[in-house]
Design a protein around this ligand. Sequence first.
Ligand code: GLN
Length: 453
Amino acid sequence: AHFNRIEEVEKNINAFITLNKEEALKTAEKVDEKIKNGEQIGLLAGLPIGVKDNIVTKDLRTTCGSKMLENFIPPYDATVVTRIKEADGIIMGKTNMDEFAMGSSTETSYFGPTKNPIDTERVPGGSSGGSAAAVKSGEVALALGTDTGGSIRQPASYCDVVGIKPSYGIVSRYGAVSMANTLDQVGVFGRDVRDAVFMLSAITGYDKKDSTSFNNPEGTIIFGSFPEEIDYKDYLKGMKIGLPREFTYEGMDPRINEEITKSIKMFESLGAEIEEISLPHIEYGLAAYYIISTSEISSNLARFDGVKYGYRAKEYNTLDELYINSRTEAFGEEVKRRIMLGTYSLSRGYADDHYKKALKVRTLIKNDFDKAFSKYDIILSPTCPVLPFKLGEKVNDPLAMYMGDLFTVPVNLAGLCSMSIPCGYVEGLPVGLQIIGNRLKEANIIKAGLGFE
Ligand code: GLN
């Protein structure tokens, strides 16, 4: 049924780069067999799942939305993929994304943009736009994304679904292609909080193959610990919520603030204690993010040299020319822009002024959050300062595109967990509420989300 749905909507949405029909149907049959034989089935048994195309899948093409990896077939599975398979989940295919996860609209994909299922003239957000759109349009029930500076939460907001970016270290990144590895996290999309938590519980937990993985049971989400019988509204009574006064700016759409204000009133009416707070260094978050992330990008993407795997230029005379021509021909504009920015920030004479200063700002931002979370359970903000915009509107204006990440990047800089949850509409376009929690305090954002929903 889901493949029929995909056939029906894909020409308008383009959420997938590669479909996995044959294997998916085989897995489905195996699950049916298990049920027939009375065998135990896994947590995700029979559920159709989309996997962002920067998460490697054995024998299934993984492109990162780039010409560089147009024909790359990985020889192994990412740990999160192994966990889906072990839980009897069904991988329907690989979802579209901004090239190497750089972008906020899924327009930098080599495979063409994904359209927003709510209004196909608009972007679905990015970089995990394919995953968000696939969930919204009913092509899959659940999906995986990655979030380095908002790439799960922002498309979740634009496509009117729930997206969770977990705390740094609780989901294995073994097999997730690095963009900026001190910021990257794998996370989930679902149609509601319960679905998203269900998916998250299947993929969290320690992995010895990822050196940044937390070996701490607190970093494991157990679905059963959020039973359906509980009325989570009760949990909101007395919950302490901080509203950072810095999470706004001049160019922000005031109609988004109206919807957010209504949501905050709802929390208040359910008994939450709400106070305005200050995160004084947040205003430098975006600048610090774009220095740190591009620095890590320039280093991580050095591996795509046309030699070991990926695209290789046809014409070259020297080894240097092989590198240069392969990278020139196979990387898109945004990827090149970021490699150059990062190389500049890291170069001798500039690293102290740019890269190292950005790291110090990052610590100040983390300290701001630590202070806030010593008093508050969660922090609320809009997920995005603007509504889903028209395709093509910002693609030639990188700074305008970067501004859209204002409220999401501080979370990654501080390694926190955060959820975007639908909270209202402006002229039919969805608005997302961001619920931020402290590191490893997923339980707080989940309970707040369940109570709000
Ligand atoms: N939009 C942000 C960027 O372009 C975030 C990307 C991401 O989280 N992968 O860097």
